[in-house]
Design a protein around this ligand. Structure first.
Ligand code: ADP
Ligand code: MG
Length: 589
C-alpha cells in the first residue's frame, strides 16, 4: 500500500532542506515582498496625486513625482535582488538534493539497480530535482507574499470602511478554493506526466544505446512504434495537465475580476451614500485590483503544484528506499595481514532474489556449500542460469543469503563492514565497464594513490602495457562511452591490471563467454595466471580449457553443489558434468 502524502506534508518535507539557509529565505521573502509592494505603493501615491490635482491642490506635485520616480527605481532593484537571492538559495538546495539522491543511489546499488532503468534514476536526479527549483525559488516567497499583502490591504480597506473587506473576502476564499478543489487531480496528473517522461527517456536511451543492434536486426519499426507510443502517452499526459491548469486559471481569473468589480461597486455606493470620503475613492479602487495580484501570482504557480509535488513524490520515494544490505553498529573491519592465507566458505547457502510481486522468486541456491583458499583455483561450472553469477554477487554481499552463511576465515561476511569486505575481493567481470576517463585514471580507480610506476607495472603484468602504448595518447587516451573503444580482450586486460593494483587476497574471475582470438586468449591467460598467484581464486568458467586447468571444480546444479573434484575425476564420476561440458554452454575455444 502506497502512503499518500498531502501537499502540506510535501511542503514540510521540502522545507527541511532549507535548514541552514534561513537567512537566504528571509531575504528572498523580504525582497519579494518589497518588489510586490512597490507597484501598489506607486499606485496609491499616484491615486493620491490625481485626487489632489482634481481637488486643485498642487502643493506637493513635484515632491510626489520625485517619490514615484524613486519608487520605480527601487522596484527594479527589489525585483533584481528577489531573483538573485531566491535563485541562489534554490540552486544551493538543488545541488544538495542531487547530492543526497546520488548518495542514496550509491547506497541502494547494486541490488536496487536490477529491474530499474538507469534512465529513470537519472531523470529523478536531474529533471525531478530541477522541477523543485520552482518550489524553492518561487512558491515559498509567493505564498508568504500572497498572505501578507492581501491581509495588509484588507486592514487598510477596513480602516476606510468595514464594509469593503466584507465585500472582498468571499471572492478571496473562492479564489483559493479553486486549486484546493483541483489538488488531487493535479497531483495525479503531475505524477503521470513525470512517469510518462521517465518512460520516454528510457525509450530514447534504449534506442540510442542499442542503435547498432536495432539496425543490424532490422528492429527499427518495432522500436519506432514503441517510441511513438511513449511519445503519445507523454503528450497526452501533458495535454491533460495543461487543460486542467487552464481550467484552474479560467476560474480564478473570473473570480478575481468579479471580486475587484464587487469591491469597486461597493466603494462607489459607499461614496455616493456619503459613507466613504471621496478622497479615498481612487486609492480604494486601486487596492481592490491590487489585492488580487499576489494571489493571482501564487495561484498561477499553484497550477504547477501537480508537477512540483509529482517530482517531490518521486524524489522522496527514492530517498525512502531501504538498501538490501547495510552496515550495522556491530559490523567490523576485516583486514588480512600480508601473506595471511584466506579461506572463503559457502556453508549451506540458500538464496532467492527478492521479488517485487506477490509471488516469491524460485530459490537460486538451496543448500550450496563449497570453499576455496589461498593458492588454489576453483572453477564453478553450471548451466546458464544456474546461479554462478549470483554466487559472486552474494560473496560481495550485494544481497544477504536467506539461509546458511558465507564466511571468510570463519567470520560471517554479514558482520564485516561492506567497504572492508569489498576491499578483500577483486572481481574481474564478464563485461568490463570502462569510464570516460584516461587509461591512467581508469586504472587508478583500483588504487587511488598508485604512482605512475605502479600503474605501468600493473599494466605490464596484465599484458596491457604494449597495446596501451599503441593508443593515440598512450596512458592519457580517453576511454569509455565517449572515448576510445577497446576490444573485449583489451578491456579484460585493463580490468586485470586494475586487479593487480587493487591486490586483494580473494579473486573472482567471471570468464567472458565471448570467444577471443587465440593470440589474445594466450595473452589474457598469461595475465590471469600471473594474477592468480598467491590469491584464493574462484573462476566462473566458460571454457573447457579453464576448467581443465583448475585445481578443483564445483558443479552447481539445481541450487546445490552436485559434484566436486578434478576434471578427470568428474569426467569419470559425474554424468551431469559430462553432459554439461559436452553441451553448447562450454565451447572448446
Ligand atoms: P548464471 O550466472 O549461472 O548464468 P545467474 O546467477 O545470473 O546465473 O542467475 C541465476 C538465476 O537467477 C536465473 O534464473 C536468473 O534469471 C535469476 N536472476 C538473476 N538476477 C536476478 C534478479 N536480479 N532478480 C531476480 N532473478 C534474478
Ligand atoms: Mg552469469
Amino acid at each position: 500500500m502506497e502512503r499518500t502524502i498531502t501537499r502540506a506534508g510535501y511542503v514540510l518535507r521540502l522545507c527541511r532542506y532549507i535548514k541552514g539557509m534561513k537567512i537566504y529565505l528571509a531575504l528572498s521573502v523580504l525582497f519579494n515582498l518589497l518588489f510586490k509592494l512597490t507597484p501598489i505603493v506607486i499606485g496609491l501615491v499616484t491615486a493620491y496625486l490625481i485626487n489632489a490635482a482634481v481637488l486643485g491642490d498642487i502643493r506637493y506635485l513635484w515632491q510626489t513625482f520625485a517619490v514615484i520616480c524613486a519608487l520605480i527605481v527601487l522596484s527594479a532593484i527589489f525585483a533584481y535582488l528577489d531573483v538573485l537571492v531566491s535563485h541562489d538559495m534554490a540552486y544551493r538546495i538543488l545541488a544538495q538534493l542531487r547530492d543526497t539522491a546520488y548518495d542514496k543511489i550509491d547506497e541502494l546499488a547494486p541490488a536496487a539497480m536490477e529491474g530499474e532503468h538507469s534512465a529513470a534514476l537519472t531523470s529523478i536526479v536531474l529533471e525531478d530535482v530541477e522541477q523543485l527549483e520552482w518550489f524553492y525559488a518561487h512558491v515559498i516567497g509567493q505564498l508568504i507574499v500572497a498572505i501578507v499583502i492581501p491581509s495588509a490591504a484588507l486592514l487598510f480597506l477596513g480602516y476606510c470602511s468595514p464594509v469593503l473587506p466584507l465585500a472582498l473576502i468571499p471572492f478571496i476564499v473562492l479564489m483559493v478554493a479553486v486549486p484546493v478543489f483541483f489538488a488531487k487531480k493535479a497531483n495525479t496528473q503531475g505524477v503521470n506526466v513525470k512517469e510518462c517522461y521517465a518512460e520516454l527517456n528510457a525509450r530514447i536511451v534504449d534506442g540510442v544505446q542499442g542503435m547498432k543492434d536495432i539496425i543490424s536486426f532490422g528492429w527499427q519499426d518495432t522500436f519506432f512504434a514503441r517510441f511513438e507510443k511513449a511519445l503519445r502517452a507523454h503528450q497526452d499526459a501533458q495535454m491533460a495537465y495543461a487543460v486542467r491548469s487552464g481550467e484552474e486559471s479560467r476560474r480564478f481569473l473570473l473570480v478575481m475580476g468579479l471580486g475587484s468589480l464587487c469591491g469597486e461597486l461597493t466603494a462607489a455606493i459607499l461614496t455616493v451614500t456619503g459613507r466613504l470620503d471621496a478622497v479615498w475613492l481612487i486609492p480604494v479602487f486601486q487596492l481592490c485590483g491590487a489585492i488580487f495580484g499576489p494571489l493571482q501570482d501564487a495561484l498561477t504557480m499553484s497550477t504547477n503544484y501537480g508537477l512540483i509535488f509529482g517530482a517531490a513524490k518521486r524524489l522522496f520515494h527514492l530517498l525512502e528506499r531501504k538498501p538490501a544490505v547495510q552496515d550495522t553498529p556491530d559490523s567490523r573491519e576485516m583486514h588480512l595481514k600480508n601473506e595471511e592465507p584466506v579461506t572463503v566458505a559457502f556453508e549451506n547457502v540458500g538464496f532467492a532474489y527478492p521479488s517485487e510481486s506477490e509471488n516469491a522468486c524460485e530459490p537460486v541456491l538451496k543448500n550450496f556449500s563449497f570453499s576455496f583458499s589461498t593458492g588454489e583455483t576453483v572453477a564453478l561450472v553450471g548451466a546458464s542460469g544456474s546461479g554462478k553469477t549470483t554466487v559472486s554477487r552474494l560473496l560481495q554481499r550485494f544481497w544477504d543469503v536467506d539461509g546458511g552463511s558465507i564466511r571468510i576465515n570463519g567470520t560471517d561476511i554479514r558482520n564485516v563492514k561492506l567497504d572492508s569486505l569489498r576491499d578483500l575481493i577483486t572481481v574481474v567481470p564478464q563485461e568490463v565497464y570502462l569510464f570516460h576517463l584516461s587509461v591512467t585514471e581508469n586504472l587508478r580507480l583500483a588504487k587511488a594513490d598508485a604512482s605512475m610506476e605502479e600503474i605501468e607495472e600493473a599494466a605490464k603484468a596484465a599484458q596491457a602495457d604494449a597495446f596501451i602504448h599503441r593508443l593515440p595518447k598512450g596512458y592519457d587516451t580517453l576511454l569509455g562511452e565517449r572515448g576510445l573503444r577497446l576490444s573485449g580482450g583489451e578491456k579484460q586486460r585493463i580490468s586485470i591490471a586494475q586487479a593487480f593494483l587493487k591486490n586483494a587476497p580473494v579473486l573472482v574471475l567471471d570468464e567472458a563467454s565471448a570467444n577471443l582470438d587465440s593470440e589474445t586468449e594466450r595473452q589474457v591467460n598469461l595475465a590471469v595466471n600471473r594474477l592468480k598467484k598467491g590469491r584464493a581464486t574462484l573462476v566462473i568458467a566458460h571454457r573447457v580449457s579453464t576448467i581443465k586447468s583448475a585445481d578443483r571444480i564445483i558443479v552447481l546444479h539445481d541450487g546445490i553443489a552436485e559434484a566436486e573434484g578434478t576434471y578427470a575425476e568428474l569426467m569419470e564420476q559425474c554424468a551431469y558434468f559430462r553432459r554439461l561440458v559436452g553441451g553448447e554452454d562450454y565451447g572448446e575455444a
